[in-house]
Design a protein around this ligand. Structure first.
Ligand SMILES: Cc1cc2nc3c(=O)[nH]c(=O)nc-3n(C[C@H](O)[C@H](O)[C@H](O)COP(=O)(O)OP(=O)(O)OC[C@H]3O[C@@H](n4cnc5c(N)ncnc54)[C@H](O)[C@@H]3O)c2cc1C
Length: 633
């Protein structure tokens, strides 16, 4: 466990007397491992330094109610109450920290958990009234609070076992239901189902559309699995600063080359194809049936400001196909119990269990930079907090251009961030349903397998491309593309028994819809989307009890997703690996000493994978260790 974090405030020290393990060594403060009692105490201190104590208590009470609504495990609620009692007993106004994490999205929470676990006195500053960022469960209908939706992100795949195990997330409520098949019904009749882990049934399903494609499917799966073997480990690799001649960077580049010394010409060629081709061209090389290609193209355009014929979309498909949900089936996805907010809650509980404080309603306005070094942050209310380590997990434009300022950044870096591409044209439509869709191709409103996976609206590649071209021409798609899911096929915590929640991840609206609400046009767009599903399942429209539409403007204004991009920046070729978020700074460090960066705009993001937060914390802890060692020497 990393050491080297220093000092705690006198107030905290007094309050935690007995548990505190602070020692004076050679005139310098030395941090030893905190005991459990102290960690609990520190978890309870959160909020004490923001505004008046009264305001903090109000926030905490609201949060407690939110916890109740989220159906948190009883044990977690009891722990929360214990911490609250201890926090109230304390008069401390602890304003000095070892580490400050800006943003309480899942990456910020992961970073905080690792930093606190390493012994750092850590605080997370979250601008909204709740944590989670784009991984959030909310009740959007005030008159129907019993319906909860996973408002933005909706399925899990990429969170690596390392993080799940290190943070003991299962104990804190991380629970995944693996999803059923991809399902596409067709207006002309018939349907296709694609399974992540059942070659025999894939063959049966695909054969209905093309015998040749059915026979090709196992080779395609094997090809993808081979590429995942190469790309999967890369997700956990810190990208080197390719081109730099500094010894440390050269070492990184050589290490990367050495790790891949086993690759042969064929595999390199396949990776090159994947990185450069469009998903349409790639699938044309393998398959003949438009229906099969439509179903397989979905992952290539998710969250992307690019139609299936754009180069680079083949990689987007791979990015969405290399995770698993811990059951060993490549490319499988799953539903978190309680929605995606459940993932954030589990990480938050882990962070708190290690003593991290989490302050809600605490938007950060500036990162304080003195002598080229980050020394703290200023909140929007004017309060300042200081720490040796700052980890930002906000969109790069916010983190660097707004909060650090061009004057504190190298010109090239600032220009790279200004040029950062951050479009999506995504609209999320969340529905409360009275009953399940009754598909003409697979009749019945009782739960069936095709309700348990992705319920797609992507009948052919041309259909998807048309939707993109509409948006590129400046209007919302006439017939939008959708990746739909019904998490309540498994998860009974989101709505009353017998009802269902359906989440439609849809594309595209014009790229500049982040600048205006476009409320009426979004309503019309949602009507059209619903009509498309109604053509396949005639009970669909009449089954809708409530609907919630989140467009790019709300994503930007409410959630800080600039441009409405779902990953804090496009997964386009020029923004991947050593270029994410900028060349020379893909190692989760930044041009400002003491400032680390762990949002989805770094390598391995986007998605709810926690890797950016984990890597940023690791970089900070490693640098801290190095500094402590060199001071001692
Ligand atoms: C519609 C949609 C669907 C998606 N679907 C999926 C999916 O199914 N599966 C998947 O894996 N990924 C999905 N994603 C992507 C994924 O959700 C994101 O990549 C990921 O959640 C981002 O996490 P983060 O912690 O990096 O950033 P965020 O979640 O954006 O967190 C940043 C946090 O910082 C806070 N903040 C902003 N400004 C300030 C400030 N000034 N001061 C303090 N705090 C601030 C925000 O409120 C937020 O809580 C989806 C995203 C969207 C939008």
């Amino acid at each position: 466990m990393a050491q080297g974090w220093r000092r705690r405030t006198d107030d905290v020290r007094r309050a935690s007397a007995g548990a505190a393990v602070r020692a004076m060594s050679g005139g310098r403060l030395r941090w030893r491992r905190a005991g459990a009692a102290e960690r609990t105490l520190r978890a309870g201190v959160y909020g004490a330094a923001v505004g008046g104590a009264g305001a903090a208590v109000v926030d905490r009470l609201e949060d407690r109610r939110a916890l109740d609504r989220m159906d948190r495990p009883r044990e977690a609620l009891r722990a929360w109450d214990r911490n609250e009692r201890k926090a109230k007993d304390m008069t401390a106004t602890a304003t000095a920290y070892d580490a400050i994490v800006v943003g309480g999205g899942h990456n910020g929470l992961v970073a905080a958990a690792y930093l606190a676990r390493s012994g750092a006195k850590t605080v997370v500053l979250e601008g909204r009234h709740k944590t989670g960022g784009a991984a959030t469960t909310e009740a959007p209908w005030p008159d129907a609070p019993e319906f909860k939706v996973t408002r933005l992100s909706y399925v899990m795949s990429l969170l690596p076992p390392t993080i799940i195990n290190d943070l003991d997330l299962a104990r804190h409520g991380y629970k995944i239901y693996p999803m059923g098949p991809y399902y596409q019904a067709f207006p002309e009749g018939g349907s296709i189902k694609l399974y992540a882990d059942d070659a025999k049934r894939n063959h049966e399903s695909v054969s209905k559309w093309s015998k040749k494609d059915a026979d090709t499917m196992p080779q395609w799966d094997a090809w993808l699995a081979g590429l995942a073997d190469v790309l999967g480990p890369l997700l956990l690799t810190v990208p080197p600063a390719i081109g730099s001649r500094k010894p440390r960077d050269l070492k990184g580049t050589l290490k990367l080359a050495w790790q891949h010394r086993g690759l042969d010409v064929r595999t390199i060629a396949d990776v090159t194809r994947l990185m450069t081709m469009s998903i349409a061209d790639l699938l044309d090389d393998w398959f003949e049936s438009p229906e099969v290609k439509g179903a397989l193209a979905v992952n290539g355009v998710i969250g992307t400001w690019a139609g299936p014929y754009e180069p680079g979309t083949a990689y987007v498909m791979a990015h969405h196909s290399i995770g698993d949900v811990g059951d060993g089936h490549l490319g499988n996805w799953g539903f978190q119990e309680g929605g995606m907010g459940g993932v954030s809650n589990a990480i938050e509980l882990a962070a708190r269990s290690h003593g991290a404080e989490i302050r809600l309603n605490s938007p950060v306005a500036r990162v304080l930079v003195e002598g080229g070094k980050a020394v703290g942050v200023a909140l929007a209310n004017g309060d300042e907090l200081r720490a040796k380590v700052i980890v930002s997990t906000l969109h790069p434009r916010t983190a660097f251009l707004e909060q650090v300022g061009r004057e504190n950044l190298p010109g090239d870096f600032a220009t790279d961030i200004e040029r950062w591409k951050t479009r999506s044209g995504v609209v999320k439509i969340n529905l409360a349903l009275a009953e399940l869709p009754d598909f003409t191709a697979d009749p019945g409103v009782d739960l069936q397998e095709h309700h348990t996976g992705s319920v797609e609206m992507a009948p052919t590649m041309d259909y998807i491309e048309r939707a993109f071209q509409d948006a590129r021409d400046g209007k919302a798609a006439v017939r939008p593309f959708s990746d739909g899911v019904i998490p309540t096929a498994f998860d009974k915590t989101l709505c009353p028994e017998g009802n269902h929640i359906m989440s439609l991840f849809t594309q595209w609206v014009p790229q500049d819809w982040n600048t205006e609400p476009h409320t009426e046009e979004l309503e019309a767009y949602a009507d059209r989307m619903i009509d498309c599903y109604n053509e396949l399942a005639p009970n669909f429209k009449s089954s809708i009890l409530h609907r919630d539409i989140v467009g790019p403007y709300e994503m930007e204004q409410e959630y800080g997703l600039i441009g409405g991009n779902i990953f804090h920046g496009e997964l386009s070729l020029e923004q991947l690996f050593h270029m994410r978020p900028a060349p020379g700074f893909a190692d989760y460090r930044t041009p400002v000493n003491g400032l680390y960066y762990g949002s989805s705009a770094t390598h391995a993001g986007g998605g709810v994978c926690g890797i950016p937060g984990w890597q940023a914390a690791r970089a900070a802890i490693a640098d801290r260790k190095r500094t402590t060692r060199s001071r001692r020497a």
